[in-house]
Unconditional design. Sequence first.
Length: 332
Amino acid sequence: MERVHPRQVLFDNADVAPDIPVCDHYCGTEGRMQKSLALQAELGPVFDVTLDCEDGAPVGGEVAHVRMVADLVMSDANHFGRVGARVHPIEHRAFADEIETLVSRAGTRLSHLMIPKPRDLADVERAVQAIDAAARRHGQAQGPAVHVLIEGHGALRDAFAIAAHPRVQSLSFGLMDFVSAHRGAIPVTAMSVHGQFEHPLVRRAKLEIAAACHAAAKVPSHCVVTEIGHTAALQAAATRAAHEFGFMRMWSIHPEQIQPIIDVFAPTVAELDEAVAIVTEAQAAHWAPIRHRDLLHDRASYRYYWQVIERARRTGQPLPAEVERAWFGPDI
């Protein structure tokens, strides 16, 4: 009997979440952008770099800023094609020019465009239409992947519909704007590294976003930790985001946050070893149930363990050479 690749036997295409890094690093000034791209070149494509045209652009200087961003995306510094950009909200006067500039000058190399502050599903649909119309004008089959930043009440209400949109790849949670949208009803402590996991309204928002993404096989991305320099606090937040709230990706706003986020979201060596052993045995058994260390496993658990293996690759963990060749070699 011919061996079948794990992806073929365990998943329908609709069940497979986008294969994107677990860390999304934001930077807004040209110097920080260049340093972030140099760090990505050093570490590999284990994190995305998102160049910020919203908060990063000086007021009145949006046009020059977005052109600089497009040039960086197209430069040799973009080694892996894992560089995206955040634009202004759709109602902002700079939105249309930013979409046109980024798609026309860099659309073929942008990994994603982040759409902030949509008021509802209709705003997301309008943004996607603008991106894809610009792509068609410039001879591109489709615009870059779309990521959406959930920051207000209407977008949270529509989170399941937004996640289900076929052009949307990931939803992120905008903690600080979400807290501010409650007009003082949520205290400022809910923006802190600890408080953001304790306030019921913030917890609800995070859980809704994570659930919406998993229902649509999309990637939920956790919000920032603003306590820069507090590595232990960042690690604790990343651990809760990943293991309690179901997030598969997290924002970084300082280079020192990148590696701790990757480390938390990566499986341990023991988890990876177990996953490789179980999937290997399952494939040898032609995906029938197996007994491993006195536990029964079938295709439900095989799916889980295969996802552990894919997460290990996204976080740069080495696999045994024979496993790498068999499941991820050039002929696959």
